[in-house]
Design a protein around this ligand. Structure first.
Ligand code: HEM
Length: 360
């Protein structure tokens, strides 16, 4: 349940960010299909999805510690960080509702900027209860906030442009404001991601033995097509904007957003797994890892490259690069998606075929 609620939380945050950022462009405000319904739906949805962990804590106190329900709710909302964070999130969402409800009487910009400010507050309170917030305190929460800001400011406009607006006549305006934003948020995403990994994953390769590490690996593998399509849009919009029609651009944005959705789905599962920092390696190996390393790995792992693993990895890199080249020369996206799938399988097998040696 937490994995699904996490995913909806990210989708609601990304939708709200995308709608607010695009609505800041006065000529685009009216283009967004179902704008008011999606805004109200996301605001109300966030109250529920961010409350699931609070509900689970109350349920645990009520069932396992036989606390009266009212006492359990009171304890969680007053004594637990998750309860405090949720109360703060609900407060921000209520203020967002009031602003939305009275937006007719206000300036357009006040509504969008004040709601964006509140949304950043909500991301901060979510980051307070993250793994990096737990292990590194305020610094960990701030880096996590940076990560959430990066993916929502990047994927928000992308999702809204791809799925909620009509294909745009002149794609140039979009390119003019979105490409610099995409490049900035992309670098912020990678830097904050590496910092978060530093906080939570002492040894990346060793972490592949457990669920969290496998999720992190698949997240990186699925991040590659997001980069490949992102580069395609950047390059074509800059060099040959007319080569693709507005519908072909929108179809390409949709494929990029679907890969990004897969990264979100994996992240929502990953955040419910214990990072390597919080568990010892022998507390349960990932079943996919055991497919390639069926010997029990109890001790310090040392990994070394094998000829087969290197061959698979180089093969996948060749396929990734040719897919990138293909996407700059051809328009049929299904071929590119199949090539990317092949590259993913090769890269994953290549990495899993790296020999694991147990030291002591
Ligand atoms: C499109 C690209 C990406 C998206 C959409 C994305 C999304 C996310 C999301 C939704 C979370 C979980 C937030 C939470 O609920 O706590 C997260 C956490 C994280 N991400 Fe990313 N991310 C992306 C790229 C990256 C990259 C490139 C890296 C590493 C270089 C990375 C490393 C991490 C780490 C270490 C965490 C912390 C997880 C935790 O708290 O346990 N992410 N990311």
């Amino acid at each position: 349940m937490l994995v699904v609620s996490n995913l909806f939380t990210y989708i609601f945050i990304i939708l709200l960010t995308g709608i607010l950022l695009i609505s800041l462009k006065p000529d685009r405000d009216k283009d967004i299909r179902g704008k008011r319904f999606l805004k109200w739906g996301s605001i109300v949805g966030l109250i529920l999805t961010t409350g699931v962990s609070v509900y689970q804590l109350c349920h645990m106190l009520y069932t396992q510690f036989s606390l009266p329900l009212s006492e359990a709710i009171f304890q969680v909302l007053t004594k637990f960080q998750a309860g405090h964070a949720w109360l703060a999130i609900v407060f921000c969402l209520f203020v967002m509702m009031i602003i939305e409800g009275t937006s007719q009487k206000r300036s357009h910009r006040f509504t969008e900027y004040s709601q964006l400010f509140l949304l950043i507050g909500i991301m901060f309170f979510i980051s307070l209860t993250s793994h990096s917030g737990a292990s590194e305190g305020l610094l960990g929460s701030l880096v996590h906030l940076l990560h959430m800001l990066a993916f929502s400011f990047w994927l928000g406009p992308l999702f809204v442009m791809a799925w909620l607006t009509k294909p745009k006549e002149s794609i140039h305006d979009f390119h003019r404001w979105f490409s610099p934003l995409a490049m900035f948020t992309f670098s912020m995403l990678v830097i904050s991601g590496i910092l978060l990994m530093n906080f939570l994953i002492p040894n990346y390769m060793n972490s592949w033995a457990i669920d969290y590490g496998q999720a992190m690996l698949w997240k990186h593998l699925l991040f590659i097509p997001v980069i490949v399509f992102g580069f395609r849009h950047l390059y074509l919009l800059k060099k040959y904007p007319q080569w693709l029609s507005k519908i072909e651009y929108q179809r390409s944005f949709r494929v990029e957003s679907l890969y990004a959705f897969l990264v979100l789905a994996i992240s929502s599962w990953m955040t419910e797994r214990e990072p390597p920092l919080e568990i010892s390696m022998s507390e349960g190996y990932n079943s996919l890892f055991l497919l390639f390393h069926n010997q029990a790995v109890d001790g310090v792992l040392q990994s070394s490259w094998t000829f087969t693993s290197v061959t698979f990895i180089i093969g996948s890199l060749v396929i990734f690069l040719s897919t990138g080249y293909y996407l700059l020369k051809r328009k049929l996206l299904s071929i590119a998606v199949i090539m990317l799938l092949l590259a993913h399988i090769c890269l994953y097998i290549g990495l899993m075929l790296i020999r694991i040696i147990i030291l002591g």
